[in-house]
Ligand binder design. Structure first.
Ligand code: FAD
Ligand code: NAP
Length: 402
């Protein structure tokens, strides 16, 4: 499954009446509550990766390992307050959101619009309201230059921009809201087996946190789950996004190879729980990678226990920053090229999940490299084997990358 998060949903109107046969969806999400929240990365880690358990009780929602959960986040109350003070509104003003909901301005800014990052549109809106002068000329220079505009908004939110251009006054809350983008859901690979945890869904989330222009920023959904979703409060609207292709083999006797560094481990926790529950006889081989073993071995105890109990036939770990040179999952794959090739030749499935930009490309190349070195194939034949035979014809190379 290779999906994007750029789904064009309008702000959700969470459903509240599961008594009737409601089918929850992106446009009609279920208001789930956070019932467990643990930090997976330890003190001293550069990462903030968390395990969240959401209650789906009463929703009728079910899922299969390989599916994702769509979740709506929200902006930090402190960010909204700062924005209101720059705008000169008190927040109680009644507004109508993009999807027709009547609410107070501060609630709309918290839950219905993207406020943690600026969009392109805002600068045009600012320019229209800016008095002539040096500041307006500076703004127009950015508006008129596509590259400059992209670069400008990439690292800024509305607070950064309004601080830089304090001359601008929006005539009404509605005029400001009209410049914003409605909130969209984020997808998270489900990290649990529904049968092992009835009525629950587990997520493994790498929380987005960064500093730009002297201010701390956070991800809309990951930051909301980590910092603002109260425990035991129906505050997280969710729906299940089924996968068409990212599935365990129907035949439990097939061997599987799982490659999931970082938060990419999520669906493989679900796969392993499911294989254990079903008593699948095929062997399971997991490649996991993160920065440091001491602080970033996500679900380490669980996987070591699976290894001790024989559910994990092999567990190969790549802690990239525990030595002078980088060690990544694809290096572990190549160190074990002979065995990996033997598994693939015997019909094993190969799964990869996580970073699409770098990791998945390098893992893909490692598969081609080992088809060449171990299978004795030419460069072209090795690429054909991976891209066509494994991926398309036999559908045993499956990806959930983002
Ligand atoms: C099918 C699928 C499955 C997924 N599964 C998982 C999963 O299991 N676990 C997981 O953690 N994620 C997963 N993701 C990613 C997830 O959907 C979100 O994209 C992620 O959590 C970020 O969303 P957010 O709302 O927290 O951040 P957003 O508010 O969307 O902010 C993220 C944006 O912030 C900006 N940004 C980030 N860092 C910086 C920086 N240093 N400087 C400037 N700008 C920056 C970038 O523009 C980035 O796109 C998955 C995605 C897909 C498509
Ligand atoms: N769309 C978003 O806004 C968003 C938000 C959060 C996360 N994500 C993505 O979610 C994924 C998981 O993030 P994460 O923080 O859990 O883990 P991650 O960034 O993928 O890092 C996990 C491990 O992979 C290593 N790595 C880096 N480059 C690699 C490569 N080319 N090949 C193989 N391994 C490589 C890292 O090493 P080093 O760090 O030592 O290089 C680290 O040890 C990433 O794609 C991340 O970009 C996206």
């Amino acid at each position: 499954m290779e999906q994007t998060t750029t789904v064009q949903a309008q702000a959700p109107s969470p459903a509240t009446s599961p008594a009737t046969a409601v089918i929850y969806s992106r446009h009609h999400p279920f208001p789930s509550e956070l019932i467990r929240h643990e930090r997976l990365t330890g003190p001293g880690s550069l990462k903030d990766t968390r395990h969240f358990v959401l209650n789906l009780g009463g929703s009728g929602l079910t899922y299969t390992p390989g599916d994702s959960l769509g979740a709506f986040g929200g902006n930090s109350p402190a960010l909204v307050e700062e924005l209101l003070s720059l705008l000169g509104f008190d927040g109680d003003e009644p507004v109508t959101t993009a999807n027709g909901k009547q609410t107070a301005l501060q609630d709309a800014l918290r839950r219905d619009y993207i406020v943690n990052r600026a969009n392109r549109k805002i600068l045009g809106g600012l320019a229209e309201r800016m008095p002539q002068g040096e500041a307006r000329n500076r703004l127009m220079e950015i508006v008129d230059n596509g590259d400059l505009l992209c670069e400008y908004i990439e690292t800024r939110d509305y607070v950064d921009i309004l601080r830089e251009f304090p001359q601008v006054r929006f005539e009404s809350p509605a005029a400001f809201l009209a410049q914003l983008s409605p909130v969209t859901p984020r997808l998270y690979s489900i990290a649990s087996s529904c049968q092992a945890h009835p009525g629950e869904v587990h997520l493994c989330v790498a929380v987005v946190r960064y500093d730009t222009h002297g201010r701390q920023k956070k991800g809309l959904a990951s930051g909301f789950l980590a910092d603002h979703a109260g425990m035991f409060v129906k505050s997280v609207p969710v729906y299940v996004q089924p996968s068409r292709t990212f599935r365990l083999p129907a035949d439990g006797s097939r061997d599987i190879i799982l490659c999931g560094p970082g938060a990419g481990i999520a669906p493989f926790r679900a796969f392993l729980e499911q294989r254990l529950l079903e008593g699948a006889t095929g062997r399971n081989w997991l490649f996991f990678g993160e920065q440091h073993r001491a602080t970033d071995f996500l679900y380490g105890e669980e996987f070591l226990d699976y290894q001790r109990r024989g559910l994990l036939y092999r567990l190969d770990l790549a802690f990239s920053r525990d030595q002078a040179h980088k060690v990544y999952v694809q290096h572990r794959m190549l160190e074990n090229a002979k065995e990996l090739w033997t598994w693939l030749q015997a019909g094993a499935y190969f799964y990869v999940c996580g970073d699409a930009k770098h990791m998945a490309k390098d893992v893909h190349q490692a598969l081609i490299d080992l088809a060449r070195t171990e299978g004795g194939l030419s460069v072209e034949a090795a690429a054909q084997y991976v891209n066509v035979t494994l991926m398309r014809t036999e559908k045993r190379y499956l990806r959930d990358v983002y």
